[in-house]
Design a protein around this ligand. Structure first.
Ligand SMILES: [Ca+2]
Length: 195
């Protein structure tokens, strides 16, 4: 009887955790190509070109998939790839932003990052928060970047944007896979455990 109660309790805890840690991002592992992710559609006045993402079906992070998002960057490009939907925060006070990335072939340094934008946050300084590699530590192998974010006051929704900063590089290729945005995941569980 005691055992049954314990097992039921664990099951209930697992279900609650599972519901809480739901990934709010669709096509987060890019197994459906570039679905839901796109650069802005307006033409830039400065002659630069918005980078158009590609689906790489031969390069995936982790065991659960075959594809990732491939970004062939040059210094003619600006890389702002937006997640098309606004994500309702549903009262979350804290969120986790996480993704896997790698950078190959940059002749100088670069950053791959994802920025979360809270368009209706009261404090303009808290509207954009990013995670990604440090400029002087660009990963050539799949690396996880993750941070916990306190949802700023007034924010009811979030937007995500994948960005590359190429600095003085002339070219390079970045890959992104397994984006997570949602309630904080239990450490050692979920996507971060997939190596
Ligand atoms: Ca994938």
């Amino acid at each position: 009887m005691k055992h049954t109660k314990l097992i039921l309790g664990l099951l209930a805890a697992g279900m609650i955790f599972g519901l809480n840690a739901q990934n709010l991002v669709e096509n987060s592992s890019f197994e459906n190509g570039v679905d839901q992710w796109a650069p802005p559609s307006w033409k830039r006045p400065d002659g630069k070109i918005w980078l158009t993402p590609a689906s790489d079906k031969a390069n995936s992070q982790g065991a659960g998939g075959a594809a990732s998002l491939r970004l062939d960057w040059t210094n003619k490009h600006i890389c702002h790839i937006w997640y098309k939907k606004e994500i309702p925060l549903n009262g979350l006070k804290e969120v986790e932003l996480s993704f896997w990335g790698k950078n190959v072939g940059y002749d100088k340094t670069n950053i791959i990052e994802i920025t979360v934008n809270f368009p209706d946050a009261k404090d303009p300084k808290k509207r954009n928060i990013s995670t990604g590699n440090k400029w002087n530590r660009s990963p050539k192998e799949w690396t996880n970047f993750s941070r916990l974010i306190q949802v700023p006051e007034g924010a009811t929704k979030a937007k995500l944007c994948i960005r590359i900063h190429g600095f003085t590089s002339t070219k390079g290729t970045s890959w992104v896979d397994n984006v997570y945005f949602g309630a904080p995941q239990k450490k050692g569980n979920g996507q971060q455990a997939k190596k």
